[in-house]
Design a protein around this ligand. Structure first.
Ligand code: 3HC
Ligand code: NAI
Length: 694
């Protein structure tokens, strides 16, 4: 079946784009649109045309999956120019999300009608791109340079009504008859002079705007390439005619498209959509009904998880072992609702309705009505086993029992319940009500329908649920060990903590590893290490962290960790005492200190991640390299524009990564730097992690 269909209603042609799932502008759609224009143009029985889309949305943009493939004519800018210059009135009927190339096509049309629920936007910046089919030239003509820049630099779509007020949309259709109204509208305008976006008088602009925006972008967008180019294009739109403005835009678009940043961001977009598809699970797997949730442990994580579940419409009972714990937890949950209302995120009425579904209890046996239990008690195997033995006794048959453990063996916890098939890991990240990532840990015995239900549940919470296997730390925290290990070793070798943080932050990490440790509490990892009996035999291993904890320097919460936090400040400050402590320990261990070059700081930390990621793939703990990327971008502040550690390694070239890892092995020993077999094999065959399928 063709992805574009042409029919007539009286003297009005109706072009329907039907290219599921989101009517992206694939080559077939672009060619189909051009064919329709040709047919409409040559048909004397047609006075005007409506462009509409089948399915859930108007065109949501260029086809992201075609990027990187050889381009095929007609190119999208040519389609938009053809629409703009067309000799009969064209009316776009927008529903769903008219985004990117979709909005550009709509702006090429001469009128735009939108359903009340429609959203319009130019989100290309999120993909490291700029609107490349006239968007940077047409939108300023419709709404002025300032508002156009705001939309394109933020990438945020706006609803139909504000879009009408801004001048993007001509009319909002509030009933369900968008297409009928659009056809009637086309009949009304059929004989009128055609208002072309290209011929709109650009509203006057104060040219100082462009310098101001450049300064803002330089300060805020961390070296991103596309925002500056968007400003250049809009500046061009002020003086250029459409055709030359679009030629300028095209060159800027191609430069963005060729950048590694855009490749990373496009990978991030697609990886996030593939990661939520559960590997090795039949599509027809049934899901269990989940309405009532019990969260056990009302601490940092339990309260955040309870809030997330309540806002997604579930009933929640929060349990803790004592009145103090439950009191704190309840206060936190209510505080989050108050904050949400104060910031306008939800109305008081909605908050009240959600809180009506909230209860607390200290009776740990009060779980009989739970469809899903999420345990978030202390990170201690004995405590978790006791809780799960209790759940095994008191929960109804078929209830799902989830643990939020961040490291521990899910199979051992599951065994304690006596019904391991119902048990799964749901590893939320802190703060749980904000972080999108959930590692869904599939245990040895986890039933398929428990897995399918958990994936659906994560989606209901509007989180990214990535299925991983069971091992110490799963994917994220297992890799964090390697990253943190190199940071800790380099401290002893002479790299000051503030310098390591600065270098990695400059490289793109949201925070440096030492500031992150202070934020999470250095004691958390310390306690976790104390519980392990498989740590490397190496006196340097996390030794600086150990000493800091033993001196009561636990991080921000004690005002002193690796850094100082004076008078409640949240800004880390280098502390000469810590440097002295590090230097003394290095001397005691016989480590000769040196200046560690910046590129070594980056490569040791990032290739530490990559080599552990490769082992995780070898072990089958992650199904796809892209899943690892999603976890690190969404849970650990890895820069999206680098696409995650595995994509980054692919972009560097695995032969180069392998060579550097071998260099580290030769310099620092095989204990940490023996290249994983997978890395060696892929490097030898000029392949990438993206090619790897277990
Ligand atoms: N191209 C190709 N596939 C796309 C796509 C696109 N532009 N947008 C979405 N898809 C696919 C997704 O990959 C997913 O595929 P899958 O089912 O096989 O996994 C499917 O459509 C559904 O997507 P979502 O899961 O994201 O569905 P939602 O309903 O949550 O969201 C959406 C829909 C709001 C349209 C969201 O997908 C989105 O934001 N898409 C990207 C929009 C965008 O960035 N457009 C600009 C593209 S660049 C451009 O147009 C350049 C031009 O200026 C030249
Ligand atoms: P926390 O110490 O803030 O809260 C734990 C709560 O559990 C306390 O309120 C305590 O009273 C309660 N509790 C302890 N034993 C109990 C029992 N037997 N029955 C009922 N309640 C009991 O701990 P936090 O930080 O919320 O961690 C909870 C779990 O979440 C741990 O497994 C941790 O590893 C995991 N996690 C923590 C993250 C973090 O950043 N804090 C991130 C991701 C996971």
């Amino acid at each position: 079946m063709s992805v574009t269909e042409l029919r007539t209603e009286g003297r009005i042609a109706v072009i329907t784009v039907d290219n599921p799932p989101v009517n992206a502008l694939s080559h077939a759609v672009r060619a189909g649109l051009m064919d329709c224009l040709r047919d409409i143009g040559s048909d004397n029985n047609i006075d005007a045309a409506v462009l509409t889309c089948a399915g859930r949305t108007f065109i949501a943009g260029a086809d992201i999956r075609e990027f990187g493939k050889p381009p095929q004519q007609p190119f999208l800018p040519d389609v938009v120019l053809a629409l703009d210059g067309f000799g009969k009135p064209l009316v776009a009927a927008l529903h769903g999300t008219a985004l990117g190339g979709g909005l550009e096509v709509a702006m090429g049309c001469h009128y735009r009608l939108a359903a009340g629920s429609a959203m319009v936007g130019l989100p290309e910046v999120n993909l490291g791109l700029l609107p490349g089919a006239g968007g940077t030239q047409l939108l300023p003509r419709l709404v002025g340079a300032e508002a156009a820049l705001e939309m394109m630099l933020s990438g945020k779509p706006i609803p139909a009504q504000p879009a009408r007020l801004a001048g993007i949309v001509d009319k909002v259709v509030v009933d369900d008859n968008l297409l009928v109204r659009a056809i009637a509208f086309a009949n009304e305008v059929a004989k009128k002079p055609i208002p072309r976006s290209s011929e709109r008088q650009m509203p006057p602009v104060n040219t100082a705007l462009f310098e101001q925006r450049r300064e803002q972008v330089a300060a805020r967008s961390h070296g991103l390439f596309a925002p500056g180019k968007i400003i250049d294009c809009v500046e061009q739109a002020v003086s250029a005619d459409l055709v030359s403005g679009m030629a300028f835009e095209r060159a800027a678009f191609l430069a963005c498209h060729a950048s590694s940043q855009s490749a990373g961001l496009r990978h991030a977009f697609l990886a996030e959509r593939s990661a939520v598809k559960v590997p090795n699970l039949a599509a027809a797997t049934p899901v269990r009904d989940v309405k009532q949730i019990v969260v056990i442990g009302a601490g940092t994580m339990g309260a955040g998880i309870a809030y997330s579940c309540l806002t997604a419409g579930f009933g929640v009972r929060l349990l803790d072992k004592d009145a103090d714990g439950i009191g704190r937890g309840e206060k936190t949950v209510r505080g989050l609702f108050e904050g949400g209302v104060a910031r306008g995120k939800l109305s008081q009425d909605k908050a009240d309705a959600m809180l009506a579904q909230f209860a607390t209890d200290t009776n740990l046996a009060n779980v009989a009505d739970a469809d899903l239990v999420i345990e978030a008690v202390f990170e201690n195997m004995a405590v978790k086993k006791e809780v799960f033995a209790n759940l095994g006794k008191h929960c109804r048959a078929g209830a799902i029992l989830a643990t939020n453990t961040s490291t521990l063996d899910v199979d051992a916890i599951a065994a304690a319940s006596g019904r391991a098939e119902d048990v799964i890991g749901l590893h939320f990240f802190s703060p749980a009500h904000i972080m999108r990532l959930v590692e869904i840990v599939r245990g040895r015995s986890t039933a398929d329908d428990v897995l399918a239900t958990s994936a659906a549940f994560a989606k209901r919470l509007r989180k990214l649920g990535v299925v991983v296997g069971n091992c110490y730390g799963f994917v994220g925290n297992r890799m964090l060990y390697a990253y943190g290990r190199e940071n800790q070793l380099m401290l002893l070798e002479g790299a000051p903590p503030e310098h390591i943080d600065h270098v990695l932050q400059d490289w793109g990490m949201a925070m440096g590893p030492n500031a992150v440790g202070d934020l999470a509490g250095i004691d958390v990892g310390y306690k976790a290490r104390k519980e392990r009996d498989d740590l490397p035999d190496d006196p340097r291993f996390y030794q600086v962290a150990n000493l800091l904890v033993e001196q009561g320097r636990l991080g921000r919460k004690t005002g002193r960790g690796t850094f100082l936090y004076e008078d409640g400040s949240r800004t880390p400050k280098a502390d000469p005492e810590v440097q002295q402590l590090i230097n003394d320990e290095a001397a005691r261990l016989g480590i000769e200190q040196r200046v560690v070059p910046d590129d070594e700081i980056i490569d040791r930390c990032i290739y530490g991640l990559v080599t552990e990621g490769a082992r995780i793939l070898e072990d089958g703990i992650a199904a796809r390299a892209a899943d690892i990327d999603v976890i690190w971008m969404n849970g650990y502040g890895f820069p999206r524009y680098r696409g995650g550690p595995m994509h980054y390694a692919d972009s560097v070239g695995l032969d180069k990564v392998h060579a550097r890892v071998c260099e580290f092995r030769d310099r620092f020993g095989a204990q940490y730097w023996e290249p994983p077999q997978l890395l060696t094999d892929l490097a030898n065959s000029s392949a990438t992690f993206a090619d790897f399928v277990k």
